[in-house]
Design a protein around this ligand. Structure first.
Ligand code: C5P
Length: 411
């Protein structure tokens, strides 16, 4: 695949060399086109070294144009990816102007265009930027991200450029190219977020899950080339690009949606914080506060994870154990009781686990365990997916891991 990679002047440009490597690992030829301001953040020397091609930046560079004109470059591209994409380049593309080489290529190409925005959270949420995003999406331009989390400017929110691995995988998925991920051709179903168990038309029981861990896991599985169905409770997150998201509210809805998606799944990862109990009956009208005390009768919700693990043809099944105490002991108990292939144990409380951007975990399986110290949920998710994939191939021996030659003994 021929990729024109546009790099614009955001601080996330420091991740561009890594992105080039991820694209090339997947077999792409990468021709970099930088804007002048991008050169303030990353050197063309570094980019030339990782891309193996001279960097283009000037529309009026006679020698470079003679070798391959901007029109030829626009034709050469199977995809034009701009990462990081600033608010400024989004606005320039919306306007249809072509004041520099990169925007000229965007106008002159018939290839799909994808942008990975990266900017301060206020710039991203600014109505002008959001209006531009809408116009671009309406014109069929793919917007990859941005992610949510801590920003270079010290703020927290939406506007981070997504991880290079995820951008690379998404670009290959968008354009139908073949990637080389560990989970190429495999289907992964992930549950994420909390559930809401209705009490009356305006009230419900829920929990503090933000969905960030499950969304990061779904993104990491996409980055490894999997087809991912993400069954999500109500959260305030952008859909991970490349996933099929099924939105649900209650545990029963999540149960039904997960079972509907599971039939041909290879791996199931239950990251949702599903309610254990729900009100027996949903009161039809808003309950009035007439009495000093009231009680709610609760009944057990279906255990989605246990029900999937118990299927006749069960996928490789991974659960989470979010505990406030005796984390490893409780998790091992669940691994055995629910008959799981693997369980990811983590401590939760006011200062860890739920609704944060970082997390630590101990992963347990029959006869082993591995500890992951605190890192961002995105990085932890990448490690967890790699470990799950490794065990999936080890346990389901008939599956062939991409990139591995399996030698069978047929005596
Ligand atoms: O038994 P416990 O709720 O502690 O187990 C946690 C694991 O089980 C998590 O992976 C969670 O997603 C899953 N679970 C589920 N359905 C439930 C309760 C928990 O899938 N009703």
């Amino acid at each position: 695949m021929n990729i024109v990679l546009g790099i614009t002047g955001g601080i996330a440009a420091y991740k561009a060399p890594d992105l080039v490597r991820r694209l090339r690992e997947r077999g792409a030829e990468v021709q970099i086109v930088m804007t002048n301001s991008a050169e303030e953040f990353v050197t063309s020397t570094a980019l030339q070294a990782v891309s193996g091609k001279p960097i283009r930046s000037n529309l009026w560079d006679k020698e470079a144009e003679a070798a391959m004109s901007h029109i030829e470059l626009a034709r050469w591209a199977d995809v034009v990816l701009i990462a990081p994409a600033t608010a400024e380049v989004m606005a320039r593309i919306v306007s249809g102007g072509a004041p520099d080489l990169l925007t000229t290529i965007c106008l002159a190409t018939e290839a799909p265009i994808a942008l990975a925005p990266a900017m301060n959270r206020v710039m991203w949420s600014n109505l002008a930027t959001q209006a531009n995003r809408e116009v671009l999406e309406h014109r069929g331009i793919h917007i990859i991200g941005p992610g949510i989390g801590s920003q270079a400017c010290g703020e927290e929110g939406a506007g981070r450029m997504l991880e290079p691995d995820l951008i690379a995988a998404t670009v290959f998925n968008l354009t139908g190219g073949k990637g080389q991920g560990l989970l190429e051709g495999k289907k992964v179903v992930v549950t994420a977020g909390p559930t809401r168990e209705p009490i009356d038309p305006v009230r419900y029981i829920t929990n503090r899950s933000s969905g960030k861990m499950g969304y990061a896991i779904a993104g990491a599985a996409v980055a490894q080339g999997a087809d991912v169905v993400l069954v999500s409770g109500p959260v305030n997150l952008r859909e991970p690009p490349g996933t099929e998201v099924v939105n649900v509210e209650s545990a029963e809805e999540m149960y039904a949606a997960t079972h509907a998606a599971i039939e041909d799944a290879d791996i199931f990862i239950a990251a949702a914080a599903v309610a254990d109990y729900r009100p027996v009956a949903v009161v039809k009208q808003k309950i009035k506060k007439n009495d000093e005390a009231m009680s709610l009768e609760l009944t057990r919700c279906p255990d989605i994870l246990a029900s999937i693990a118990a299927l006749d043809v069960a996928p490789f099944t991974v659960g989470f154990a979010a505990e406030t105490e005796n984390v490893v002991e409780y998790a091992r108990g669940k691994l055995e009781k629910k008959n799981l292939d693997m369980i990811i144990a983590n401590r939760v409380g006011r200062d860890c686990g739920f609704d944060r951007d970082d997390n630590s975990a101990i992963v347990l399986w029959d006869g082993g365990e591995r500890e992951f110290p605190t890192s961002s949920k995105v990085e932890l998710a990448r490690n967890l997916i790699e470990l799950a994939a490794e065990h999936f191939y080890a346990e389901r021996g008939s599956e062939t891991q991409p990139g591995l030659t399996v030698i069978t003994n047929n005596d």
